[in-house]
Write a protein that binds this ligand. Sequence first.
Ligand code: FAD
Ligand code: NAP
Length: 342
Amino acid sequence: MIQHPPIVVRQQISLKPYHTFGMEVKARDFAELSHEQELPAMLKLISQYQGPVLLMGGGSNMLFTKDFEGLVVKISTRGIEIVEEDEDFVYVRGMAGENWDDFVQFCVSRNLGGLENLSLIPGNVGSSPIQNIGAYGVEIRDSFYMLDAISLRTGEFREFFAGECDFGYRHSIFKGELKGKYLILSVTFRLKRNPVLNTSYGAIASELEANGETPSVKSVAAAVCRIRRSKLPDPEETGNAGSFFKNPVIGEQQFLELKQQYPAIASYPADGGVKLAAGWLIEQCGWKGFREGDAGVHDKQALVLVNYGNATGTRIYSLALKIIESVKEKFGVQLEPEVNIY
Ligand code: FAD
Ligand code: NAP
């Protein structure tokens, strides 16, 4: 058996390389989980730690407004394997620290359908259930089978099947009542050998058509990658955490009133009401392309706040608050951050 060295805890570590907003902030203590065999030692460290503990994957859904005065545990366990297959489905498990897009492309390259619309989303496999990541009309709950997790408090191992995760729009139980309580170790997806492809999201169909391609798992994945690269800022170049706000869902009556006043309002049917495109609301308030110092609003998608270099987290956060206020004032709609703020 391979012997693993004890967990190394380092002090006053810069988090700049570990999160996509790219702020210069420090963690008081920092440790990395690279192998499952290190789990007992890591759990002991976490349970005995005096202060807050933050699990971190790819750091692509986080805004730090100050140094983190606690322990950051970076999850870096790797591995992808096919665990079971039958005539219709193939079950593929990814370790929590595996890069999400590597995992998606593992499935796409084998023509396994279900995750192709979720290509190129930053972050790790272990974080994908936290907000039930979604894009281009698909969410992970559509292909999610189960996950393995461990309680940070008791060290108890637990499996969660889809029905136990309370998946919703950019939501799960791990963002709700179990927030910060479990470390997700691995996630297993149930992929289809003969998927019904989802090209209903306009941009995909037109991208396929423009390239003269017929829909397939691979062509849809490639189309999604092309669209995303053309529209979204690359965190390697410009700090950001994707959509800063959730798209708000409002009641039918409020929607009808808004529609009368703003006939072009971007809206889609949703569970419990009507979903508005938050990017559209923000754009109408004049924020698209706004820049103050190094904090700004992306010029191609107003839902994305950006750090052009040296913006502090508080600068970004105060910009977010101003945006929330102006959308509330103009439309009477309350925006909520999707990004986790520390
Ligand atoms: P982190 O930011 O590291 O963590 C997010 C949360 O998960 C934190 O609360 C953290 O404590 C917790 N966590 C992390 N790992 C674990 C674990 N193993 N166990 C328990 N808790 C854990 N999101 C979408 O839904 N759709 C998109 O299309 C999309 N596009 C994006 C585009 C860009 C350019 C960027 C920068 C972000 C985008 N996002 C999108 C947001 C983000 O990529 C996802 O939310 C992603 O799942 C975050 O993964 P991560 O590993 O970076 O998580
Ligand atoms: P877009 O195509 O400009 O659309 C704007 C908004 O309208 C999206 O937020 C989307 O809601 C909604 N929308 C568009 N067509 C829709 C349809 N046919 N049915 C239902 N809703 C529709 O969006 P974009 O900024 O380029 O992003 C493309 C996709 O990637 C979106 O799904 C978006 O959520 C996802 N994305 C997410 C993040 C993130 O950080 N969460 C970052 C970048 C991109 P939905 O968001 O509900 O799909």
